[in-house]
Design a protein around this ligand. Structure first.
Ligand code: G3H
Ligand code: ZN
Length: 283
């Protein structure tokens, strides 16, 4: 059944489990996520960044997920990941997305608040939920390599003010994870998560969830994280499977011969994450 992140995440937050925000740029990955969720009776969030959304076409990607949501008896939302502007958010909402992330983390704090307020006004009018972001989740090699990574962590008091002013439904926080395939050792600031949770009392979102050590993830979920974003591990499963198939079968030219197995590999990763996040049986 079609849902939005607010409904999905409030249940997770109050029952101390997390829902996966899994990125999908195409039919195969979207259906791998949904089929894994259905098998485990788990809610799932199918999300796409601006580039992923444009790859498939916003309306078509939303239509795939919305149609699948009629067929499968689990809560499913279609979510814009790292929306970079009011215009991108509007495009997603018009295409039928049920949830959006407005990522103003590269802006000065006041500007981030202003654009987020505008997005909340638009989104809530359409029953669409909003994820805001305070602090910045870095890529492993970040611009100011000489500054301290924790300078970019979410400030709990700023986050509290941000929530009070914007009335977002969930908040993406920077607490030690990073985006992408090449991460150093991850060390989550678990106390910071607890402090933000204590001050805001809304579902928190952990970005850069791929390759995050399991024990730390479980602790983060216990401390208030209700959504964990996973992209890189799905991309690796999908592309490695295709690469291997084409290396073994250089004459291959029938797409479903390699897209089918690649989809199954993505499903295995999603299945493992649903178990780790504690969302199995919660649909
Ligand atoms: O927004 C998406 C994520 O934060 C995914 O991060 O590619 O490191 O799993 P990841
Ligand atoms: Zn992210």
């Amino acid at each position: 059944m079609l849902s939005n992140n607010k409904k999905i995440l409030e249940h997770a937050y109050y029952h101390r489990y997390a829902v996966g925000g899994f990125n999908a740029p195409n039919l195969e990955i979207a259906m791998a996520i949904i089929e894994a969720g259905a098998k485990q009776k788990s809610p799932v969030i199918v999300e796409s960044s601006k580039s992923e959304m444009h790859h498939a076409g916003a309306e078509l990607l939303a239509a795939i997920v919305r149609r699948a949501a009629e067929k499968y008896n689990i809560p499913i939302s279609i979510h814009l990941d790292h929306g970079d502007s009011y215009e991108t958010v509007r495009e997603a909402i018009e295409a039928g997305y049920t949830s959006v992330h407005i990522d103003g983390s590269g802006l000065p704090f006041e500007e981030n608040m202003n654009v987020t307020k505008k997005v909340v006004a638009l989104a809530h009018k359409h029953g669409v939920s909003v994820e805001g972001e305070v602090g910045k989740v870095l890529t492993p090699k970040f611009e100011g390599e000489d500054s301290n990574r924790s300078d970019f962590f979410t400030n709990p008091e700023e986050a509290q003010l941000f929530y009070k002013e914007t009335k977002i439904d969930s908040l993406a926080i920077s607490v030690g994870t990073s985006h992408g395939a090449y991460k150093g050792e991850t060390k989550l600031d678990l106390e910071r998560i607890s402090r933000i949770n204590h001050l805001l009392g809304i579902p928190l979102v952990l970005h850069g969830g791929s390759m995050c050590p399991e024990k730390q993830l479980r602790q983060a979920i216990f401390n208030g994280v209700a959504k964990v974003n996973i992209n890189t591990e799905l991309r690796l499963a999908f592309t490695n499977s295709i690469r291997e198939h084409l290396e073994k079968n250089p004459e291959e030219h029938v797409p479903y011969n390699f897209l089918g197995p690649a989809k199954e590999e993505v499903k295995k990763v999603v299945d493992e994450k649903l178990k780790l996040f504690g969302s199995c049986g919660k649909a």
